[in-house]
Design a protein around this ligand. Structure first.
Ligand code: NAD
Length: 376
């Protein structure tokens, strides 16, 4: 194999736990095998980027994060069959493609998911990004590390989208949006006329509201602590909004739903809210857990309430989505005007990445998208 060529890039580097992102010159190697190099046009910022910055999970640092990239294929490795330079792609999580979960079509439960997405290097343990003087930067975050002007991904994680679609908007479909929508459609399988409760009206939660409306849920209750988020949830399909700081809110949900929700989605990552969500379920209700908390976090709830009422709790990763199928479906729904996830998005110049993070954490922005294209 010939020695790979390098491309000069600019990357937002996370140097230590909780530190601001720093925009730095770096170098990215050329694609080999089934890899693709993508010119990043825009990349979403998900809460998961911030919890890795804050080391909820022990991804090695310094690292280049970013896992909602959208861009244009610039170069492909020799094994790539379905993508060519110039194609528009949305980048999504990595999976091995040959474990039992992957073979059964459950790629988000790939047995190698954690290492591939949070391990900080490729399958061979090597990184693809270095500083200009050759120091290693951990990468391969969600098979992309897209807080950069160019990213290296793989054919299986680069999802081709129509050129007519607004590429700079589409990156969040690769994680947060497909997680919320997929949780409703694939994992919980919310049914027409049912009563749906979403805990946390952030990007994932409001995507779930949009999907619950598409699925025909009759009652959709959104719970959050940020009034503007609750208001947007109502504009986009929630029938009721509740501030969880109000005492007795669980009883209010039970009243609104006539005895408890059939389906609930926990996206706050807070164990106390999860326990209250279980209490807010009706008989045989199911609560999906997507919210991420620090490793080792435990939750407590009433076991008898779970058992006697036949309730269930279900962990959900990436909305049980098969991205090659689901992302183009969401693009199509958006283009038909039936999936208004653009209402969640605020665009920021790439150079303002720390302002985007601060706005997101302050509840001012739901889904920041960094405009990377044109950044020198
Ligand atoms: P977000 O920060 O936009 O949303 C979380 C929401 O919870 C916010 O609106 C916040 O105001 C609300 N909240 C916080 N405390 C609350 C409380 N006590 N009561 C009610 N609401 C409260 O984040 P997001 O991007 O929507 O992601 C949600 C979670 O899902 C994060 O933990 C993220 O890491 C995780 N996530 C998981 C997956 C997965 O595959 N499981 C994928 C993407 C994101």
């Amino acid at each position: 194999m010939s020695k790979p060529a390098f491309r000069d890039i600019v990357a937002a580097v996370t140097r230590s736990k909780g530190a601001p992102f720093t925009l730095e010159p770096a170098r990215l190697r050329a694609p080999v095998n089934d890899e693709v190099r993508v010119r990043i046009v825009a990349t979403g910022m998900c809460h998961t980027d911030l919890i890795i910055r804050d080391q909820y999970y022990p991804m090695p640092l310094p690292a280049v994060l970013g896992h909602e990239g959208a861009g244009v294929v610039e170069a492909v490795g020799p094994e790539v069959r379905s993508l060519s330079p110039g194609d528009h792609v949305v980048l999504t999580y990595g999976h091995c493609g040959h474990c039992l979960s992957c073979c059964a079509g459950h790629t988000s439960y790939c047995t190698d998911f954690f290492r591939r997405n949070f391990g900080g290097s490729g399958e061979d343990g090597q990184v693809a990004i270095t500083t200009p003087d050759g120091a290693l930067l951990h990468d391969h975050f969600f098979a992309q590390s897209s807080f950069a002007t160019y990213a290296l991904s793989r054919e299986s994680s680069a999802i081709k989208v129509p050129k007519a679609a607004p590429l700079s908007l589409l990156g969040p479909l690769g994680c947060g949006i497909q997680t919320g929508a997929g949780a409703v459609i694939h994992s919980l399988k919310v049914t027409p006329g049912s009563r749906f409760l979403v805990l946390g009206a952030g990007a994932v939660g409001i995507s779930a509201v949009l999907a619950a409306r598409l699925a025909g849920a009759g009652t959709i209750v959104a719970v959050d602590v940020v009034p503007t988020r609750l208001a947007l949830a109502c504009e986009l399909g929630a029938t009721h909004a509740i501030d969880s700081r109000e005492p007795g809110w669980v009883e209010a949900v039970r009243d609104i739903t006539g005895g408890g929700a059939d389906f609930a989605l926990e996206s706050t990552g807070r164990p106390a809210i999860l326990a209250q969500g279980v209490a807010a379920l009706g008989p045989r209700g199911v609560l999906g857990v997507v919210g991420a908390s620090p490793q080792g976090t435990q939750a407590a709830f009433d076991l008898n309430d779970l058992m006697i009422a036949g309730k269930r709790i279900q962990g959900i990763c990436e909305g049980d989505s098969v991205p090659r199928k689901f992302i183009p479906e969401l693009v199509e729904l958006h283009m038909q005007g039936r999936f208004a996830f653009d209402r969640l998005v605020t665009f920021y110049p790439f150079a303002d990445i720390n302002r985007a993070a601060a706005d997101s954490e302050a509840g001012l922005t739901l889904k920041p998208v960094l405009l990377v294209d044109g950044h020198a």
